[in-house]
Ligand binder design. Structure first.
Ligand SMILES: [Zn+2]
Ligand SMILES: [Zn+2]
Length: 110
């Protein structure tokens, strides 16, 4: 087996795992959407309507719910006030990009 082929297979495997994970979290989001909306509102009011990472003020619909412990590994914390952070889109994407990079590195044993 050539190195290129081997690497390609690992890539397909990782993408499949990620797709399954994504499907699971979507189900959880759908299931808890009413409760999540409530918790988000509560958190928005308590934090004063800012992104909890960069500290800039945003309208509620521009802030996204981030779970400190991922809902795929901790579904019981999906609507936990303490497990939720409100982040602007930019910070949220940035955070997940970093987490993904770390996760990929650990999956590959780096
Ligand atoms: Zn931000
Ligand atoms: Zn998130």
């Amino acid at each position: 087996m050539t190195f290129g082929l081997h690497f390609g297979m690992i890539h397909i495997y990782v993408s499949t795992v990620r797709m399954k994970r994504r499907g699971k979290s979507d189900t959880i989001y759908l299931k808890y959407r009413h409760k999540l909306r409530k918790v988000k509102k509560q958190r928005y009011v308590n934090t004063g309507g800012i992104c909890e990472k960069c500290g800039k003020a945003f309208k509620a619909d521009k802030l996204e719910i981030h779970h400190v412990e991922s809902v795929t590994t901790h579904p019981e914390l999906a609507t936990s006030y303490k497990n939720i952070r409100l982040l602007c889109h930019e910070c949220h994407v940035d955070l997940h990009r970093k987490q993904r990079a770390e996760q990929l590195a650990s999956e590959r044993g780096w």
